[in-house]
Design a protein around this ligand. Structure first.
Ligand code: ARG
Ligand code: GLU
Length: 742
């Protein structure tokens, strides 16, 4: 790779940071207009209409928003849906017990009747997208206040939704794009009977866990299988035994062909949120303040948990999922800071801003307001940051890390209710639902761990946040650790929340007694003081600034699009359906190191550590490896491919998204990004940003050879482009090894 340009040289050569061909999360219904020719130039054999169409079946008909937080894709004519193991995790966990531990052992429905319903799970198809900007902005005038503008837009949107719902058989929603400058309407269809069909053991689906998370080279088989059920008319329906497998308008064919560097790839899914158009000052804030604050909280709390998790197996199991949740963002934030620095994001943005100012000040076509945007940001950003950081610290301390403070908030709501209502039935039912949840809470709780997390986190919170922005009397002393520990011990010794037993004996006396005692509980008191100072001192100012920043964001976005009108802009991610495209390629993460574009089962075995909680492996996989029994799933070199990377622009929410080849076939399942490239949420750099996918052949190998669930593979449509080097060759359908099951 060429060395990165030094900033001095880059400044001379600088042309505004036009998105590279690979950057961008594009709007499906605009592909024909904006992207089709570039995609085809990059090797795509399809048309935009093949990807998104309202007149004929297209790829989009196979894509679902999975549970509202991940993506999934339909891979058989009988409604089979593929997504990540970490997306199906909650569902898999909910069916698991000590006797049937599906997380540990995996789960495979050998017959339709074994498929397991999930009451809270749903999947949503996008039927059509339309631009409704003109209608949404109707009546908006220069000089309106933010509040007036927001109110008018909300009313317009309500009207649009009402009108469209009247005409359509589908659900309707409107989302804003380009920071309030554009509005699109979505017709959607949501299915609520979604059943668990299969999941590998965590030792495959979560192989490498936190150590490997956000990292390349990767060896995780991060997938699980579900099935959509519909009523006899193929329409969405609540769960019913009489429901039948859904028949989709399209399901993705699966390619068994080789995945080679340079191959066109696209990712079709629901990225959650990105912020690509903010000024350099914001990026600087993320590097210097925002991420470091979150990182400092979490490294303290993770270290406290880790100490016990290493020493005691029971604690390890209890805290595995919490640890994973807290460390996921922690690790991403670290990678993001490194990546923003390494890609010189601040300097790049500064150059971009210079170019912006240059054009704005020399071209009288642009409104005067453009000239002051960047100064206006500067004028308020430092002050805004104070409240943003205080808010973040409150969330880290009082909600994310110290569990008893979070749990105390739930009981505080009950106490507050008891103070304010006479409605005994309502109180009784709130009380009962809290009592019913107690066992669940304490099942994964260890008071020693939480006390140590508190001791690690709270004195830090006290030292970081100005006194007027936090609670006054926080047990624990940032200056004197011995005195601190004894105060904390006292708090944890006294609170009723310390154990299930103490809560059970308290709550067995009924809601009134419980309320009276908890009213004086020191943990509840602390949680409530913290909440009060948050509500009174932080939130109002945070909101005020946020409103100002939102309106600056909107103006700056509009200005960028006008000023750099030769550039094609894509909107920030907002959990709506997007297409990213790039190609299979390795990368150079740092000087002297080159990463290959794929990994194999050999690498899985290299990382194997018997008995380890992250790197243990099932016997059966070791046996298959010993026999080298990969069947038709081996690659051209006879290896079992496991993961691969490509330069597609993705984000959180793209988990479970299909990786699709030039011909519309499924070749992989997106589940992560490389650590060096997690800054793509703010600054996509095609030299460093890669998304990570499981190779679809590894998925099929696990389903078929490992789990013996070949009947599922038989449902799918497999294609084998042949020979793999000639990408124009017609595709040949591969017959299932046995006939379809039904
Ligand atoms: N990093 C991926 C994502 O953001 C995978 C997360 C799975 N969790 C884990 N701790 N391994 O969702
Ligand atoms: N694992 C992430 C998710 O759950 C995707 C990784 C990313 O942020 O790109 O959506």
């Amino acid at each position: 790779m060429k060395k990165f340009l030094t900033i001095a040289v880059a400044a001379l050569l600088f042309v505004p940071n036009y998105s590279s061909a690979k950057e961008g999360m594009w709007i499906p219904f605009l592909l024909g207009q904006l992207n089709e020719s570039e995609m085809q130039a990059m090797g795509m054999q399809m048309t935009a209409e093949d990807i998104y169409s309202v007149n004929q079946s297209s790829l989009k008909d196979a894509i679902v928003h999975f549970g509202g937080f991940c993506t999934g894709e339909v891979i058989s004519s009988q409604g089979l849906v593929l997504t990540n193991h970490h997306c199906g995790y909650g569902a898999i966990q909910s069916h698991s017990s000590v006797e049937n531990n599906y997380l540990e052992d995996g789960f495979w429905a050998m017959e339709r009747s074994d498929e397991k319903p999930n009451p809270d799970l749903f999947v949503t198809f996008i039927k059509e997208i339309q631009d409704v900007t003109v209608r949404a902005l109707y009546g908006i005038e220069e000089g309106m206040t933010e509040a007036e503008r927001t109110k008018m837009i909300d009313e317009n949107i309500e009207k649009i939704i009402a009108e469209e719902e009247e005409k359509s058989e589908y659900d309707v929603m409107v989302r804003t794009f380009f920071k309030g400058n554009q509005f699109f309407l979505f017709f959607t269809e949501t299915f609520k009977d979604v059943r668990l069909v299969g999941a590998p053991p965590s030792s495959i689906g979560k192989y490498g866990a936190d150590t490997d998370n956000w990292m390349w080279p990767r060896h995780t088989g991060d997938f699980s299988l579900f099935r959509i059920y519909a009523d006899e008319n193929n329409q969405p329906a609540e769960y019913s035994e009489t429901n039948v497998p859904f028949r989709p308008n399209h399901h993705l064919p699966i390619s068994l062909g080789d995945v080679n560097p340079g191959d066109f790839t696209m990712i079709f899914g629901f990225p959650g949120s990105t912020d690509e158009y903010v000024p350099s000052r914001v990026i600087e804030g993320i590097i210097e303040e925002v991420n470091p604050l979150g990182i400092s909280f979490r490294e303290r709390s993770l270290a406290a948990m880790d100490k016990y998790m290493r020493a005691e197996k029971a604690v390890k199991i209890k805290y595995a999922s919490k640890y994973a949740r807290i460390s996921n963002s922690y690790k991403k934030w670290i990678g993001m800071v490194k990546g923003l620095k390494f890609s010189q994001a601040v300097a790049e943005k500064e150059l971009y801003e210079e170019a912006f100012m240059q054009r704005v000040s020399t071209n009288r076509r642009f409104p005067a307001s453009y000239k002051t945007i960047l100064d206006s940001y500067k004028a308020i950003y430092d002050e805004y940051l104070v409240y943003q950081l205080a808010r973040q610290a409150f969330i880290e301390a009082g909600i994310v890390n110290v569990e008893l403070l979070d749990y105390a908030r739930a009981w505080n709501r009950f106490v507050a209710m008891a103070e304010s209502t006479e409605d005994e039935a309502k109180l009784q039912s709130a009380f009962e639902s809290l009592v019913a949840g107690m066992e669940g809470f304490y099942k994964d709780f260890d008071v020693r761990v939480d006390r140590d997390v508190y001791a690690a986190v709270m004195p830090y919170y006290e030292s970081r946040i100005e006194m007027n922005l936090r609670a006054d009397n926080i047990p624990g002393d940032p200056m004197d650790s011995e005195a601190s520990m004894s105060e904390i011990d006292k708090l944890y010794g006294k609170t009723y929340l310390r154990s299930l037993e103490s809560m059970q004996s308290l709550t067995s006396k009924g809601w009134e007694k419980t309320y009276k005692k908890l009213k004086k509980d020191p943990m509840l008191a602390l949680a409530s003081d913290m909440m009060d100072s948050y509500r009174e001192e932080i939130l109002p100012m945070y909101r005020t600034f946020n409103t100002k920043i939102d309106s600056l964001d909107r103006l700056y976005m509009q200005a960028q699009m006008n000023v750099f009108s030769e550039r094609t802009f894509y909107p920030d991610a907002n959990s709506t359906l997007r297409v990213s495209y790039g190609q299979v390629e390795g990368f150079y993460p740092r000087d002297g190191v080159m990463y290959n574009h794929y990994t194999t089962l050999d690498g899985v075995i290299e990382k194997y550590e018997p008995g380890d909680y992250e790197f243990d492996l099932p016997e059966r996989l070791l046996d298959l490896y010993a026999e080298q029994d990969y069947g038709r799933y081996a690659n051209g070199a006879g290896e079992m491919p496991v993961c691969f990377i490509a330069s597609n622009h993705t984000s959180g929410g793209n988990s479970g998204s299909p990786a699709i080849d030039a011909n519309g076939n499924l070749i992989g399942l997106n589940f992560d990004r490389v650590w060096e490239g997690t800054m793509s949420d703010y600054n996509f750099d095609e030299r460093l940003c890669r998304n990570i996918m499981v190779d679809i052949r590894y998925v099929l190998f696990i389903v078929d050879k490992f789990a013996g669930a070949g009947h599922l593979v038989n449902e799918m449509t497999l294609v084998l482009p042949e020979p793999t080097i000639d990408r124009d060759a017609p595709q040949q359908e591969v017959m299932p090894e046995e006939g379809p099951v039904d």
